[in-house]
Design a protein around this ligand. Structure first.
Ligand SMILES: [Zn+2]
Ligand SMILES: [Zn+2]
Ligand SMILES: [Zn+2]
Length: 143
């Protein structure tokens, strides 16, 4: 019997794999967060994406205001006498519409089942505009 350092629950409430995840200091290549902040399923989903990516040196690339996107250097191309790295970003894509998932969708992939928020709502029939209203406004409207 021992208490988990991540979720403070007894070891008996963990599967062997979850216990390993909760004590893993390893940083996830996909989302850049430590293994301990993932659920068992999320870690599996994220590592699967990384495993499917081409082999090579991982290079974090900043795109817009989002987080660093892990990219793999797949080669070097020469453009205007400059050698540029040929980078292939490692992205998680929606299982349904194949569009790239956003940061929050990647973080919630275990909850959303690997689809984007739009598809998740369509799949669960939550397409009514009511779901777009922030919950604070909903409460005001009730009064
Ligand atoms: Zn734990
Ligand atoms: Zn991750
Ligand atoms: Zn989708």
């Amino acid at each position: 019997m021992s208490i988990c350092k991540t979720c403070y629950k007894d070891s008996k409430y963990h599967t062997k794999q979850l216990w390993e995840i909760h004590h893993r200091e390893k940083i996830c290549t996909l989302c850049g967060k430590p293994g301990s902040s993932h659920s068992e399923r999320l870690w599996e989903m994220h590592s699967l994406i990384v495993r499917k990516a081409p082999r090579g040196i991982i290079w974090p690339l900043k795109i817009g205001f989002g987080r660093d996107v892990p990219t793999v250097i797949v080669g070097v191309c020469v453009w205007k006498n400059q050698s540029l790295k040929d980078l292939k970003p490692i992205y998680m894509e929606c299982q349904n519409c194949k569009l790239y998932l956003g940061d929050s969708e990647v973080d919630l992939a275990d909850v959303l089942d690997g689809v984007c928020l739009k598809c998740f709502r369509e799949l669960t029939n939550q397409t009514h505009p009511w779901y777009d209203i922030p919950s604070t406004i909903k409460q005001v409207n009730k009064q």
